[in-house]
Design a protein around this ligand. Structure first.
Ligand code: PLP
Length: 460
């Protein structure tokens, strides 16, 4: 592939032919896209030659860093050997078998089965359907409702967009599905009451969850879904005691816990998985993104032995498990995932995420933590967000119509670093590749500091 492009021609052709995901349709059509051409390590370069440090790792997924030839080598080998064969009707391929073995070894003892797909959305969709299938087989077909959380992001298919708790993903689509309910957002900084301790806040949220379950009827609620740290919904770290309190309620009412590790999995929290950091004992786990660091669209959805046993025993009555995708267990994707795991393991990138991530958080706190317009800097290891506040003493946010987060991100981008305004529009997110060095962390902090002060200095 050439590394110099006719950027103007590409932009015109793009505007003529492409409907972009999660973009303002008219804006892309008139202003044109930004076209990313190459990447190396933590840096990307566009077709106009602009190079930036990618402080958000693509869409929270670029864990090993850009331009690693090992992934391409592995994919080429898998493509040359076979390219593709389906996995329906009991077919398999060596790559998915080896990947499954390696992934399951990293899971809790009670989770030993994996179902492959192509995206985080389809992983959550599949798990939601498996909840229904499993409860049907257990003679509880009415146990179908899934409780998610306000502001959460779990994808954009019909089912996963319903699990998502952001109004913009429901509006104009007639969503959410009636089976999906949303319980309280566990953001202590914004939702905690004056004088309420973090543990008391968690206990209150667990009570609210139980009230919802009782109001809906526990016999109608099949599962609860949550990320260990809520990513796109605000980078919300769980308050003290939150997951233990929630899990107690779920257990009491025979409700499954789906842990969405699409962002947190594969090292972003400085450990292989977020459920290990926050002591969650999930029944089902959704992963994607970091499983190939975005080099190939692949998802892996995991189920517990208890669920598997019910599915296995159900074969006699139901016959085939009538769910799956053309690309389930794709050999090229599985080979990419294995090369990605090799890099994560051999280069200790997860240890680096813990170490450099802690350094990044500390440096950001020193640079901006006391600023009058910064409410909190939250997150863990290689994920975080800066909460912007018009008045931090009274905890009053900026009027969202002024788009302060987006303006900061634009100013920081001009200084060579990509951050991201969150969908809530009141915070700036970061989730750099796990290979970030301390020097690159300094560059992220420096650009944020300067870009942030530029915008704050121009507030009228
Ligand atoms: N779950 C979480 C937590 C996510 O952040 C995302 C995407 O950002 C998804 C699911 C959906 O993944 P995909 O965009 O691959 O469908």
């Amino acid at each position: 592939m050439p590394t110099s492009y006719d950027s103007d021609r590409l932009k015109k052709a793009n505007s003529a032919n492409i409907l972009h995901p999660a973009s303002v349709v008219a804006d892309v059509a008139t202003k044109g896209p930004r076209i990313i051409a190459t990447g190396k390590g933590c840096f990307i370069t566009d077709t106009d030659g602009k190079r930036q440090l990618d402080g958000v790792g693509g869409l929270w997924c670029m864990n090993i860093g850009y331009g690693r030839p090992e992934i391409g080598d592995a994919m080429k080998k898998a493509s040359d050997q076979l390219g593709y064969f389906h996995t329906f009707g009991g077919h398999s391929n060596p790559a998915q078998i080896e990947l499954a073995e390696r992934l399951v070894a990293k899971m809790p003892d009670h989770i030993n089965k994996v179902f492959f797909g192509s995206s985080g959305s389809d992983a959550n969709d599949s798990l939601m359907k498996i909840v229904w299938y499993y409860n049907g087989l257990r003679g509880k077909p009415e146990k179908r409702k899934i409780i998610s959380r306000k502001q959460a992001y779990h994808g954009t298919t019909i089912a996963s967009a319903s699990l998502t708790g952001l109004a913009s993903f429901h509006r104009n689509f007639g969503l959410p599905l009636t089976e999906v309910k949303h319980t309280s957002l566990p953001h202590y900084y914004r939702e905690g009451k004056p004088g309420e301790s973090e543990q008391d806040f968690s206990n209150r949220l667990a009570r609210e969850l139980e009230d919802m379950i009782i109001a809906e009827g526990p016999e109608t609620v099949g599962a609860f879904i949550a990320e260990p740290i809520m990513g796109a919904g605000g980078v919300i770290t769980p308050p003290e005691g939150y997951f233990p309190a929630v899990q107690k309620v779920l257990k009491k009412h025979d409700i499954l816990f789906i842990c969405d590790e699409v962002v947190c999995g594969f090292g972003r929290l400085g450990d292989w998985f977020g459920h290990r950091v926050y002591d969650i004992r999930p029944d089902m786990i959704a992963t994607a993104k970091g499983i190939t660091s975005g080099y190939f669209p692949l998802s892996a959805a995991f189920i517990s032995d208890d669920i598997w046993n019910v599915l296995r025993d159900g074969s006699a009555t139901l016959g085939a498990f009538a769910h799956g995708f053309t690309y389930s267990g794709h050999p090229v994707g599985c080979a990419a995932a294995m090369a990605n795991l090799d890099i994560l393991e051999n280069e200790n990138l997860i240890g680096n995420a813990a170490e450099v991530g802690a350094y990044l958080h500390k440096s950001l706190a020193e640079a901006l933590g006391d600023h009058a317009h910064v409410g909190e800097i939250r997150g863990h290891a290689m994920i975080g967000a800066i909460q912007l506040m018009a008045d931090r003493d009274t905890k009053t946010g900026f009027d969202l119509k002024h788009k302060i987060a987006a303006r900061c991100v634009a100013a920081i981008g001009e200084l060579g670093v990509i951050y991201r305004p969150l969908p809530t529009a009141d915070s700036i997110a970061f989730s750099p590749p796990l290979c970030l060095t301390r020097g690159e962390a300094d560059q992220m902090v420096d650009a944020l500091h300067k870009g942030f002060h530029q915008v704050m200095g121009n507030l009228s």
